[in-house]
Design a protein around this ligand. Sequence first.
Ligand code: BGC
Length: 455
Amino acid sequence: MTPSDPFYVGFAISTWQNSGDGKTRSNWGEWCKTRTFCFLPTIAGGAVCGESSDFWNRYKEDIDRAVNLGSNCFRFSLEWHRIEPEQGQIDRQAVQHYIEIIDYLIEKKLEPFVTLHHFVHPLWFEKLGGFTKEENIAYFVEFSRQAFRFFGDRVRFWTTFNEPGVASFAGFVHGSFPPGCIARLWRAGHNMLNMLRAHTQAYAAIRAEPRGGTAIIGLVHNWFKFEPQRAWYTPFYVKWLSAFLNNLWGNERVATYLKSGKYEYAPLGPWLWPLTFEEPTAPGCDYFGLNYYSKGVMDWKLQPSYSTGEIMTDMPYALWPAGLGIALDDIGAIMGKDFPIYITETGAADNGDKVREQCVESYMAAAEEALRKEKPLKGVMWWTLIDNFEWQMGWGMRFGIFEWNPDGTQARILKKSGAALKGWFKRLRDVAVPAVLANDDTTIKEMQPQLAFAH
Ligand code: BGC
């Protein structure tokens, strides 16, 4: 990151959600085909991702769509299973294909933000035990190093992991992500720790590469809090469960680890088999990637709910714009008040585009307020460009600014909320420019040639 980097606005996608496994096999591809112990499908409606919206082949038209909405960056994932489909075997065609995607982004003046792990990894890695085993960290580190060698001349912004907390919680407590374990509290804790340690080692491996000094490497976390529904009476078990879930989810744990290298996990209290770890030195981390959606409100029946005046999305949470500023402050309190933060995802699931516009208006206004208060917010990426495969929820959750249906037509239709988002992208960039100047004596005129890929 340099002071002359523009404020980044654009879209975030994961390649798997928009393209599936292709000819290769991943943990998620297999998970879609798995049945639970009562023979129920693992994915809502028994859906299987397949080629989805086929970003893999249609990337040019989709990148053009992002450009037309005023983006100057694009976040997407390098799928490990496509690049290394079998252990130790690199698929050169897949590497070349990713180079073409990246080159097209650069040609269109979009700064690529690549994620090395967005929930999906090769099936061979899953069969080795994935991140539950410390000895498997080395495979991810090697993949990261290779990826940097392939793409490091073109890509500056790297994310090691998308949401290690969600992957661990959903995979080992909730059972909704592979490997589908339920209430395996300590496995979840080990899995999360190993992912964080893999971040630290991948960071060091990339930095040690000849061009590694130029890379900007961060980790993405979904900052999400649980709380009881506001009511005249809150039963003790709702308070207890909220606190328990907050502990498992681990907002502070992730930030503390990134800041200091200390990891403390004690799901049933500090006296019962706490899991602790400390890195010899603080991990490398150049920015915090914030995925911000909402908070989890529970009613007395322990059902997802909302408090008075809040508007539900199709996901089990309501719009909560005020939480965005709170999340930025919470992160700043641990990472340091000037530590760079990118909102690497924000958005809402909304079939019919009924509440998305309100989400755009209120969440982007919260981002603007953060900029005006000179919070170290460096960019905002919208989740997501095209409706796609929403993990265990299948096709039902519509996060796209473009409508897309699994009907084989591959048609994309811009939703009406797209216009509002385009307006906000411009506005945020305009608001952010003075902030960039305030941090740097350089004048805009002097800065222009350095602006990485800004239009
Ligand atoms: C994930 C995305 C997901 C989105 C909406 C984030 O936690 O990174 O892959 O689609 O939330 O649920």
